[in-house]
Design a protein around this ligand. Structure first.
Ligand code: GSH
Length: 230
């Protein structure tokens, strides 16, 4: 496998999914170039690179294209296989991390999205209620997976840390707009500490956007939605 081939990521700085490959590449100390997509305007290059889903991120490794953020993270872990590993080496721990990462995408992300941009107050409230329930389950998962260590992956950031952690910036945006804490000491004490360690990690801190910057993006997205609904 040609590890020395050029590595590029088609993404956007504000995209949680695009953050996943960037964190994985940083963990592996792989140099990469970011090909920044404009929000609300898909480039011809993106449409050609990911013709099936037409979404970011896309990893370009030499002449190979890899789509879907979690698949990209696995690919990075396999190609640059020297330590630190991203997926757990134990088969059961690996299966567990994949189970919860799928849960993040299937349950956490949709509930966060609904609580932010659901149509009508009822839909937003249902999204928020679901997000609170989902975070309680993720708190339990954190306690079990981390086994008293700082990350889901133990002492090192791993697959599930990346899968969930990429949403922390947008979770802060939700907290600001809802004017409530979603990660709080009473209900999710483990996740509160985990989030702090995750955001301070050298592989994360340069790619985690500031909440205020994301708030501007969310206003821009809301304007785009309103314009397309009009
Ligand atoms: N399951 C995909 C992954 O994990 O890569 C989700 C990627 C995704 O939703 N990306 C968003 C996107 O490209 C940006 S955060 N949205 C454009 C669209 O939905 O058409």
């Amino acid at each position: 496998m040609a590890k020395s081939e050029a590595v590029k990521v088609v993404g956007a700085w504000s995209s949680p999914f695009a953050m996943r490959p960037l964190i994985a590449l940083k963990i592996k100390s792989v140099e990469y170039e970011c090909l920044e997509e404009e929000i609300g305007c898909k480039s011809e290059f993106l449409l050609k690179s990911n013709p099936v889903h037409k979404k970011i991120p896309v990893l370009i490794h030499g002449d190979k294209l890899v789509c879907e953020s979690l698949i990209i993270v696995e690919y990075i872990d396999e190609v640059w296989s020297s330590a630190p590993s991203i997926l757990p080496s134990d088969p059961y721990d690996r299966a567990t991390a994949k189970f919860w990462a799928a849960f993040v995408d299937d349950k956490f992300f949709p509930s966060m999205k609904e609580s932010n941009i659901g149509v009508g107050e009822e839909a937003k409230k249902a999204g928020l209620d679901q997000m609170v329930d989902v975070l309680a389950l993720l708190e339990d998962a954190y306690v079990k997976c981390s086994k008293g260590k700082p990350f889901f992956g133990g002492n090192q950031i791993g697959y599930l840390d990346i899968a969930l952690g990429c949403f922390l910036g947008w979770l802060r945006v939700s907290e600001k707009s809802l004017q409530m804490k979603l990660l709080d000491e009473a209900k999710t004490p483990g996740l509160v500490n985990w989030a702090e360690s995750f955001c301070a990690h050298p592989a994360v801190k340069d790619v985690m956007p500031q909440t205020d910057q994301l708030i501007e993006v969310s206003k821009f997205i809301a304007k785009l939605r309103a314009a397309s609904a009009a």
